[in-house]
Design a protein around this ligand. Structure first.
Ligand code: NAI
Ligand code: PYR
Ligand code: MG
Length: 375
């Protein structure tokens, strides 16, 4: 198979979809890998390292997209890439279809692209192994950036999360106690903040309670517990997820207005539309805005800021599946792997992931029907 790795073009996105180890795995199995020039430079990988393991370095994104049967990326395709997508191509990357530009979904359908979405590749135990590493990064970063936003110079109320003896510590509310929530809580607890984690899943809360041994408060998610906790918090982190679907709006505009001036919200779930009503996607160049005197940080590609960590963490998990698709071909790979089946969001002009179809207002066609119906 011909596999293409273009350079990411989202604002300050320094990750790359494949590292030399991934290229070697493919070229040694007889596949061709086309890497756009300088695709890895932001992650500390020069073209020469790709060449050493058999990649062809290509001077333009257009050529990579034109020649590749499968394109391997990091972030969802954005407008200039819609035109580059080829009819029937496989694109293996994050898509976040329910949370981003609806034109992307239209383009995937029109061009009959197979969208293999990292964020919905799901093992039988319900875990999301290709989302997990970036959620670990974003969860840890959420407290780091939240603490900075709480400083006066960044519009915050001017409170140190860990406090000092004789003065109250900062209060952190984490809504969604999954991977983002756990990692955010680890950092916040480590800094000495007062931490509350809210989740709907009582088993998950039991796990978190066991892990933190009383150093974090767990609360069952309902309107009252969210309202009470958010009102009293200095920093709120949003990390809820309904796989594939739009995030539920759990913090209303009115509730934001009830927070103290200079409080901070970091809505990590922004890539699925956000769980805070006032959230809208921002970029690393202009990461924050203020609503009702509350600082909002809503960067949709947080891990892009730490590519030397994120690129390697991500590609450690994505590599076996690109290899499988290249070796077996798309249809055989899908048939042999239930986790991979769940990653297919669009196929041959159909939406094959139910939560995406529902939230985007399209008919849902089960994947096996879409495959069966392909001539
Ligand atoms: N902005 C960025 O750069 C990044 C964003 N993300 C996003 O962060 C979000 C969270 O990801 P993960 O932690 O990996 O997901 P996860 O599936 O591990 O955790 C989500 C948690 O939300 C909980 N939840 C669902 N409905 C809830 C409700 N009504 N109230 C409270 N909790 C509820 C679930 O029980 C689960 O524990 C996703 O949207 C993901 O795409 C992840 C990485 C980077
Ligand atoms: C998951 C995601 O949105 C990211 O890593 O940028
Ligand atoms: Mg206010």
């Amino acid at each position: 198979m011909i596999v293409g790795v273009p350079k990411e073009i989202k604002t300050r996105e320094y990750r790359v979809g494949m590292v030399p180890a991934g290229v070697r795995a493919l070229t040694s199995a007889g596949h061709t890998v086309l890497v756009e020039t300088n695709a890895g430079v932001g992650s500390g990988i020069p073209d020469s390292e790709y060449q050493r393991v058999g990649a062809q370095i290509i001077s333009t994104a257009d050529e990579v997209w034109k020649r590749a049967e499968m394109v391997v990326k990091v972030k969802e395709p954005i407008a200039p890439e819609y035109e580059r997508m080829q009819p029937g191509q496989i694109v293996y990357t994050y898509f976040h279809l329910a949370g981003v530009d609806p034109e992307l979904t239209k383009t995937l359908i029109k061009k009959k692209v197979t969208a293999v979405a990292y964020e919905t590749l799901q093992l039988d135990d319900g875990s999301l192994p290709l989302l997990k590493p970036m959620s670990e990064v974003a969860g840890k970063m959420a407290i780091q950036v939240g603490a900075a936003c709480l400083e006066k110079a960044h519009g915050g109320k001017g409170i140190l999360l860990g406090g000092v003896p004789g003065v109250r510590r900062g209060r952190v509310a984490i809504i969604g106690g999954g991977v983002v929530g756990l990692c955010a809580a680890k950092v916040a607890v480590g800094m000495g903040a007062e931490v509350t984690i809210i989740d709907v899943n009582l088993e998950r809360l039991t796990y978190l309670d066991d892990v933190f041994l009383g150093r974090a408060q767990t609360l069952a998610s309902d309107t009252e517990s969210i309202a009470r906790t958010v009102r009293e918090s200095d920093l709120v982190v949003g990390g809820v997820l309904i796989p594939g679907g739009k995030a539920p709006k759990l913090v209303s505009r009115e509730l934001i207005a009830e927070m103290e001036p200079g409080s901070v919200v970091v809505d990590v779930a922004v890539d699925q539309g956000g769980c805070i009503e006032t959230c809208k996607p921002t970029t690393h160049d202009n990461p924050t805005f203020t609503v009702s005197d509350v600082v909002h940080y809503c960067v949709a590609n947080m891990p892009g800021a730490v590519p030397q960590t994120s690129t390697f963490a991500l590609t450690n998990t994505t590599r076996p599946y690109s290899r499988k698709i290249a070796d077996l071909g798309l249809v055989e790979a899908i048939k042999s792997d239930r986790a991979l089946q769940r990653a297919i969001n669009t196929y041959n002009g159909h939406i094959t992931y139910e939560a995406v179809a529902k939230d985007m207002g399209y008919d849902y066609v089960p994947l096996m029907d879409a495959i069966g119906g392909k001539k």
